[in-house]
Design a protein around this ligand. Structure first.
Ligand code: 5GP
Ligand code: MG
Length: 178
């Protein structure tokens, strides 16, 4: 299946599940090498990262805890979706190595804000593992410790990523046909 339709948009196959899994094995190896003996807290950023987090955690052999957070748009009087509030973090991260598991870093705004929020909670360190990275779209100077694949600045779906809530269950990644 090389081309799919989601609502009003057509997408074509861009990254196969085999390529995704290969990138994930490499990331898990790098993370095992760096994080052993660090008792890391792995944090999956919902919703988009659920598939990546599940697959990378199955290859990661270091003893760790796994938790899940969501980013909610803060409904302030002036701000409209600019500030993203972190919800769902119940663990105390003081003195801990925290690893964020993110599906994709696009402009970098989301991950930059999240790293800053977490750094304010007294961890030993905050690391970022992102399956996908769009270097041409990134506007923030964020350190990405583990990157699966760098991709062009195109809108993609599949493997957790959605268009209007659809497409998350696709095992491959597809890019928008313009
Ligand atoms: P950023 O703050 O880096 O611009 O964007 C991060 C979030 O935007 C990602 O976690 C993801 O939810 C969403 N996003 C960025 N690029 C894409 C894309 O190509 N496709 C989809 N479906 N979501 C994207
Ligand atoms: Mg995300």
């Amino acid at each position: 299946m090389r081309s799919i339709q989601l609502g009003d948009k057509t997408f074509e196959l861009s990254i196969t599940s085999t390529e995704i899994q290969k990138a994930i094995y490499r990331m898990a190896d790098e993370m095992d090498r760096d994080l052993k003996d660090k008792n890391p807290l792995m944090i999956c950023i919902l919703n988009g990262s659920f598939m990546f987090a599940a697959d990378v955690m199955k290859k990661f052999t270091t003893p760790c805890q796994v938790s899940f957070v969501k980013l909610a748009s803060y409904q302030g009087t002036q701000t409209t979706g600019q500030v993203k509030e972190l919800i769902g973090l119940t663990e105390d991260i003081v003195g801990r190595t925290v690893v964020l598991l993110e599906d994709i870093v696009d402009t970098g705004v989301t991950i930059d804000n999240l790293v800053k929020q977490l750094n304010g909670m007294g961890p030993r360190e905050v690391k970022v593992a992102t399956l996908l990275f769009k270097p041409d779209a990134c506007k923030r100077d964020v350190t990405l410790d583990y990157v699966g694949l760098s991709i062009p600045n195109e809108f993609i779906v599949g493997y957790g990523l959605d268009y209007n809530g659809y497409g998350r269950n696709l095992p491959d990644i597809y890019s928008l046909v313009k």
